[in-house]
Design a protein around this ligand. Structure first.
Ligand SMILES: *[C@@H]1O[C@H](CO)[C@@H](O)[C@H](O)[C@H]1NC(C)=O
Ligand SMILES: *[C@@H]1O[C@H](CO)[C@@H](O)[C@H](O)[C@H]1NC(C)=O
Length: 138
């Protein structure tokens, strides 16, 4: 005859094993659904664009984002971080052009990090091209 303690222990071990197995299955099945969000960002207005006394440039803009993030959310999704970054190329060899962004082309990149309940976190991004800074400060 097994003691009560032994039975409880056996039951717990089984429980933990089943749980671990379910976590593995969860992360594997989640890997099958690669999120494919779409985004569209429209710059509505450059509110201001200035050169500060320290030489930094500051821009304020209003934009409209239409994004479909639905595919990021599965039953295994815990948290999603999404942010938009403006990316531009700076001239590498001419110092005197410094931080002059006037009339410069830039990309807006939507980055996302998906943190699943179990399994590996993953990140990806979509780059949207063809934006341009105003030619003059305002
Ligand atoms: C998830 O999918 C990627 C490519 O789609 C593959 O490289 C990776 O090994 C997969 N990971 C698991 C845990 O199956
Ligand atoms: C914008 O993105 C495109 C495609 O990813 C890249 O070729 C281009 O160099 C980028 N432009 C800037 C200004 O970062």
């Amino acid at each position: 005859m097994h003691s009560l303690g032994f039975r409880v222990n056996a039951l717990l071990t089984l429980g933990v094993t089943v749980l671990a197995l379910m976590c593995v299955i969860a992360s594997l099945s989640d890997n099958l659904s690669v999120p494919s969000p779409s985004a569209n960002v429209q710059v509505l207005n450059f509110n201001w664009f200035q050169k500060q006394s320290e030489g930094n440039e500051e821009v304020s803009l209003t934009f409209k984002i239409a994004a479909d993030l639905q595919s990021m959310f599965t039953w295994n999704t815990k948290q999603v971080f999404v942010f938009l970054a403006a990316e531009y190329e700076t001239p590498k060899n001419s110092l005197n052009q410094g931080s002059n962004l006037r009339g410069k082309e830039f990309n807006l990149t939507l980055h996302w990090h998906v943190m699943p309940k179990t399994g590996k976190m993953f990140a990806d991004k979509i780059a949207m091209t063809g934006y341009r800074m105003p030619k003059e400060y305002r």
